[in-house]
Write a protein that binds this ligand. Structure first.
Ligand code: GLU
Length: 277
């Protein structure tokens, strides 16, 4: 079931803030970033199109300014994102540069996707960059995205990017191993689900139950929503644990790692429909 992943040509990889930073201090985990960048360069080297969706702008801004935790005020968060995004990119550029790999920054808002003209422009830019062998590094433009125009989370953003550029695989590097039948922190009987051929109503309910339990807040629900977007758009999606970056290599080798959601292209797929939900 997993071998076909070896043949994927256009891959979007999403990494979350918790996988990029040290839990104790919130500082960037440079060894992990190093490994991630090296792996992405290898995927490029194998001739694949690679897009990275990276969180971490706010977290990096907070450590730069000595904030112990994420501020509550929107303006402060936006200021942290403005500081942190530049620092984050500086680190990525340095690491990609070590492997002679060119990277580019793409910052998106919900409006970029909703507006026909800017969506077309964004798609063209992605296509052009990928044609040039560049790795785009994507994040939400948190500095200008207020609540009303937010994607909400980067799981969703990465699925929408995968749909926009017709990627054939989306990998979410997360702080959990994948999908469980129940919250494994609360229920030791929870079973790991390694393959999801279809996102049924029952499964969607599981995600909601997990988020309302308060652990991994919204985490699984957001990931299931991303899976619905990606698989409906025709991409397979894998959730795996980003605490070990090698898991990404395992996924690409077709090993049993994480949860695989199988693509089932919905012929009526309309990106706008999915963004506005
Ligand atoms: N865009 C946010 C950041 O870079 C992260 C959003 C998310 O992780 O879902 O800080």
């Amino acid at each position: 079931m997993r071998e076909h992943l070896q043949g994927k040509k256009r891959i979007v990889i999403k990494i979350g803030s918790s996988s990029l930073t040290h839990a104790a201090t919130g500082m960037l985990d440079l060894r992990k970033l190093e490994k991630l960048v090296r792996l992405l360069c290898d995927l490029r080297g194998e001739g694949r199109d690679v897009v990275l969706v990276s969180s971490g702008a706010i977290a990096v801004g907070c450590t730069a300014m000595g904030f112990g935790k994420k501020p509550d005020r929107v303006e402060e968060k936006q200021a942290m994102a403005a500081i942190g995004q530049a620092r984050l990119m500086m680190t990525y550029q340095k690491l990609f540069g070590e492997y002679q790999q060119t990277a580019a920054q793409i910052l998106m808002t919900k409006n970029t996707m909703l507006n026909d003209l800017s969506r077309r422009n964004a798609r063209n830019t992605f296509e052009e960059l990928l044609k040039l062998g560049v790795i785009p590094v994507v994040n939400e433009n948190d500095t200008v995205s207020t609540y009303e125009i937010q994607f909400g989370d980067n799981d969703r953003l990465s699925a929408l990017v995968a749909a926009l550029i017709q990627a054939d695989l989306l990998v979410l590097l997360s702080d959990i191993d994948g999908l469980y039948s129940d919250d494994p922190h609360q229920n030791p009987q929870a079973e790991f689900i390694s393959l999801v051929p279809e996102i049924t109503a029952e499964l969607a309910g599981m995600g909601k139950a997990t988020s309302s339990s308060g652990v991994g807040t919204g985490g699984m629900a957001a990931k299931l929503e991303a899976a619905r977007i990606a698989t409906d758009a025709g991409a397979d999606m894998v959730i795996c644990n980003g605490s070990d970056i090698e898991n990404l290599a395992r996924v690409m080798e077709g090993q049993e790692t994480g949860t695989l959601f199988l693509a089932h292209k919905n012929l009526n797929f309309d990106l706008i429909d999915y963004i506005s939900r």
